[in-house]
Design a protein around this ligand. Structure first.
Ligand code: 6PG
Length: 247
């Protein structure tokens, strides 16, 4: 177990682009495609716009989602719709490398199993069969959820599957989400946290005082917590078993 590292960045999007490039170059240098799981929500929108103008070889990038809502891709709530508008369409990502979870499916559990099989077919796996991403991008909800691992969700207890459908205790609709096993097995995980509204939960997670879905990630050495000054205010003014660097 490693102590978590919090990076407080004057330009967190640029810092996230650097994280992306580091993992991307490592994959290509090892003659692998770069496999990435993208986060939904509002936080990464600027990052996706920024990546759309980066000199990347999209024929060498396998794109997945960390989670998706139970909606079709043309729904305003769809994470796939978001990343397509901001990133995949502008870079003309090859369709065969753009792997969309079927949020519109009537049988979400079957759609989740299908997506997990796609991960197994395309990604390298651990000895235990867990698909290994080069980079998993995640956000952090004010309630401490990450991906769609929400408080009270039965997905929190799943370790032998890679992508599942589940709803949190406070949710009416189920979500499709990556599981802890895949997050823990990834070569790199970047939790991008922006804005004052996340300051308390980020501080509590890093200090280990919050039993929330993002809490287990604080023990994993592959996880980088990347925040702006506002989101880091609580953690930066506290002390705890975590390192703080500034970029
Ligand atoms: C989603 C995301 C979710 C998000 C957090 C933070 O589907 O909404 O995957 O986990 O990262 O809810 O959301 P914001 O970035 O909008 O604050």
């Amino acid at each position: 177990m490693a102590d978590p590292t919090l990076i407080i960045a004057s330009d967190p999007v640029e810092a996230a682009v650097d994280v992306w490039h580091g993992a991307y170059r490592e994959a290509l240098s090892e003659d692998r495609s770069f496999a990435v799981a993208l986060a939904g929500g509002r936080t990464p929108a600027t990052l996706y716009r920024r990546l759309s103008v980066e000199p990347l070889d999209w024929s060498r990038i396998e794109v997945f989602l960390s989670d998706e809502r139970a909606v079709p891709p043309d729904d305003p709530e769809s994470n796939w719709g978001l990343i397509s508008r901001l990133l995949l369409d502008p870079v003309s990502a090859p369709a065969e490398n753009a792997h969309r979870p079927r949020g519109e499916a009537d049988d979400l559990a079957a759609a989740a199993r299908e997506y997990a099989r796609t991960m197994e077919d395309i990604l390298p796996t651990t000895a235990g069969g867990v698909p290994v991403f080069d980079l998993v991008l995640l956000g952090l909800g004010a309630d401490g959820h990450t991906a769609s691992l929400f408080p009270g969700s039965r997905a929190l207890g799943v370790r032998d599957r890679w992508f599942v459908s589940a709803a949190g205790a406070s949710q009416a609709d189920p979500r499709l989400t990556i599981t802890y096993s895949v997050i823990e097995a990834a070569r790199n995980v970047c939790v991008l946290v922006l804005g004052e509204s996340k300051s308390r939960v980020l501080s509590e997670v890093l200090r280990g005082v919050a039993e929330v879905p993002a809490a287990p990630l604080r023990h994993w050495g592959n996880v980088l917590w990347l925040a702006d000054e506002e989101a880091a205010r609580g953690a930066a003014s506290s002390s705890g078993p975590y390192r703080v660097d500034r970029r």
